[in-house]
Write a protein that binds this ligand. Structure first.
Ligand code: NAD
Length: 250
């Protein structure tokens, strides 16, 4: 018996990185957990894989219905699926803008509207969105990605207001650079991966990358009944990157 025993959760982008770490943590704390992902094969037990693309409304509705059907309801939705983009406002074409906003913003819209009828039936309903430091700090060459995450942060607050009287809490986490397969792919593509890794570490006052487990812990807190008085908040998990202004050493 753990603090999430009896609750059920759906995690989008739950087959990798932050989503998988979150799904495993929620399950370890007693929740029944479904991972919605493009091809959620080989998930560790007892996670339930549900294949869907968050850009496809019908597949999202089917995946949410399947998870809620298997579990007899749904208490927690973690909107975590996301993709990146690099470049200034001059660099990304319209198709890429539409693609990234479709996944990162409309993906949350589709999963949330499919899940809300189930969440309204829960005594501990919570939505947690994975946002980013990019929502509130200007990062170079991240115009499109930042615009998408700024929208996620604003959407989180608007949804929190809309659903507070229905008993559905809505919050988001803002990770700094986290050590996930995504960041691994970015580093692999860099001209000098070790120099790039060192620059990313140095950008965060704690002097290291955030771990997926640390982001998962924040998401699990916001999803849990322990956070029953917390809605419409943005929780930074960024090694101090947003809130601190350090003096240069030396
Ligand atoms: N890693 C970081 O440094 C970092 C920092 C801040 C925010 N984030 C956010 O965290 C979230 C997870 O990132 P991660 O680093 O764990 O990445 P990841 O690439 O390891 O995992 C993302 C998962 O989302 C899934 N996904 C992508 N498009 C999808 C779609 N259309 N439908 C369904 N699933 C889809 C992928 O298949 C993958 O399993 C993203 O929203 C990202 O923007 C990551």
């Amino acid at each position: 018996m753990s603090d999430l025993t009896g609750l059920s959760a759906l995690v989008t982008g739950g087959a990798s990185g932050i989503g998988l770490a979150t799904a495993e943590l929620l399950a370890a704390r007693g929740a029944r957990v479904a991972c919605l992902d493009l091809a959620p094969d080989g998930l560790p037990a007892p996670l339930l894989g549900v294949a869907a693309d968050v850009t496809d409304d019908a597949s999202v509705r089917a995946a949410v219905a399947r998870a809620a059907g298997e579990f007899g309801g749904l208490d927690v939705l973690v909107n975590n699926a996301g993709i990146g983009a690099q470049g200034t406002v001059e660099d990304n074409g319209d198709a890429e803008w539409h693609r990234v906003l479709d996944v990162n913003v409309l993906g949350i819209v589709r999963a949330s509207r499919a899940a809300l009828p189930h969440l309204r039936g829960s005594a501990h309903a919570a939505i947690v969105n994975t946002c980013s430091i990019a929502a509130w700090a200007g990062l170079p060459r991240r115009a499109l990605y930042s615009a998408s995450k700024g929208a996620v942060q604003a959407l989180t607050l608007a949804m929190a207001a809309d659903h507070v009287r229905e008993g559905v809490r809505v919050n988001c986490v803002n990770p700094g650079t986290a050590d996930t397969p995504w960041v691994g792919r970015l580093l692999d593509a860099a001209a000098d991966p070790e120099a790039e890794r060192a620059a990313l570490r140095a950008r965060q006052p704690l002097g290291r990358l955030v771990s997926a487990a640390e982001v998962a812990a924040a998401i699990a807190y916001l999803a849990s009944p322990a956070a029953a008085s917390t809605t419409g908040t943005v929780l930074a998990v960024d090694g101090g990157m947003h809130g601190l202004r350090l003096r240069q050493e030396g």
